[in-house]
Design a protein around this ligand. Structure first.
Ligand SMILES: [Zn+2]
Length: 92
């Protein structure tokens, strides 16, 4: 038994939390896989050691497609509303 045999488990821990449960916001068009499944999420990424999150490397909001994992950052609610509005106009 040696001390050096203990593996240091270092990785990235990430969370996606739902941003808004409004169904209109969670069925946006995905430009990558062409499904209507994109929705806004609050995203956090940390460097972790031993499954303990240490340093945040990403902290923000994204539009995410759960099918193809396409993502795009956004800053404000207004930006999301604008995308919703644009897509409504396209559908007409
Ligand atoms: Zn997609």
């Amino acid at each position: 038994m040696s001390f050096f045999c203990i593996p240091i488990v270092c990785g990235i821990k990430q969370w996606d939390k739902q941003y808004d449960s409004n169904p209109q916001l969670n069925s946006l068009y995905c430009p990558n896989c062409h499904n209507y499944s994109v929705g806004p999420v609050k995203r956090r990424e940390f460097i972790s050691i031993w499954f303990i999150p240490l340093f945040p490397i990403y902290w923000g909001k994204q539009l995410r497609c759960p099918i193809c994992q396409w993502r795009q950052d956004f800053k404000t609610r207004q930006q999301v509303d604008k995308v919703v509005q644009e897509q409504k106009n396209l559908a007409r």
